[in-house]
Design a protein around this ligand. Sequence first.
Ligand code: GLC
Ligand code: CA
Length: 529
Amino acid sequence: MNILNYSLQRRTAMKTDKLPVWLNNAVFYEIYPQSFKDSNGDGIGDLKGIIQKLDYIKTLGFNAVWLNPCFDSPFTDAGYDVRDYKKIAPRYGTNEDMKQLIDEVHKRDMHIILDLVPGHTSAEHEWFRQSMKPERNEFTDRYIWTNSIWESTEGIPCIRGISDRDGSAGVNFFSTQPALNYGYADRTRDYMQAPNDKAPMAARAAIKDVMSFWLDMGCDGFRVDMAGSLVKNDPDGSENIKLWQDLRQFLDEKYPHCAMISEWGEPEKSIAGGFHMDFLLHFGPMCYTSLFRSEKPFFSKSGGDISVFRNEYQKFYDSADGRGLICIPSSNHDMDRIARYRDTDDLKVCFAFLLSMCGAPFVYYGDEIGMNYVEGLTSVEGGFGRTGSRTPMQWDKTLNAGFSACQKTLIPLDPSPDRPDVLSSLSDKDSLLNTVSELIALRQAHSALQNFGGFEFIYAEKNKYPLIYRRYDDNEEIFAVINPLGKAAECSLEICINGDVLFKTGGEINTEAGKISVPPCSAFLIKTK
Ligand code: GLC
Ligand code: CA
């Protein structure tokens, strides 16, 4: 059977002219500030703690950091409820500490992006306090309000009875997070404004101002929270795309080096909107979920269907047409850790995939040592089920795994006696950590494996194993052969993928006579001659 039914034609190289050059080989490490490293013994991670650990991140091969929100906040949603966009939360440090963190990152030839939450603020933000007043003022229409307390917002939840203003305020996520007013695409009620009306444009200008503030301090870009939902009632995304195109233009003029990644999960929209990168996520299209998080994910010993990923990813990849990167995170602060239900051998196979795909890789802190999802925790600061993925980083075998000298930490540690830690992993040559850093080093040594390198599915058939894809550029060609299944797998191919095995986990690959056979739970990267 001819399995080669994907076109082998070479794609045009990525159109990198409009992209910050450093994105070409950026490998990101996501840091959840409250849980990474506590430098002053109050049980909460902080910026100085992050600075102490930059060498660790750098040594593993990461050259970029995404920091979750670290701004002043009442922490009803772990900081995604910003009270002051221009002030570092005192528990994390000061604005000077942030400046120092940025400088220390740059000293190490790394980059740092911050988390921008443009869609909503905390209900304690001064703008919202002003907008709650019954008297008209500059902030009256900064948020979405209906015209009467008895009228609810269409399409999004609302809060009411919270002030003397006669109206209900729309909220984006929790009821503590009122939605800023960027207007409505389809306007079906009186209170809905157009995206280019005065107040929505003022909200836009305010966000540009916030971006300028941190870019002027030296940060290298933003991960944008809920990026596709600023303009409401916008089913095809066209008004959100226009809004982001406007922001992109502003950045291109004033901060052309600024890198932008969206929490949107629909690259055909976000990249059209001018984002450089978008995530595949655990909500929206099944693409990402089918790999790691569905009931029968592809990455499991019992097997799943890779064709779901293939079809959607190919569509996204084609629509991005070289103008942006599709990023596949190992996990993040909103989803179960990748180690949940997986052992170290499984995780090595997952990382062989994550770190050999195109798009910029994003590794969530702790995933590199196989930190587990901690079951059954009581919610902390709006985490609910997500709290188990937000536990403190495990550095060593001392008190609190070296995270904090405080007896009680904000989020409890994984109580498991065999929890992994950095120190032990570093000295164990078979550790996941060492595999992760080996894979990053390979990626950095081979241009074909990097973020803009070509990508092509070679074998990705429904319920069949292994998955095979090709990474290439003008200099080289590398095949990835990935078999998460708990059984050996074999397929026949009309092309020859003999060459140097750059990476292997799980045993040996056999590529004789046009057949490829691989052992259970294995992965290989092969550079053809
Ligand atoms: C995003 C964040 C999540 C937060 C939500 C509301 O999905 O990743 O943590 O709760 O937005 O801001
Ligand atoms: Ca602290």
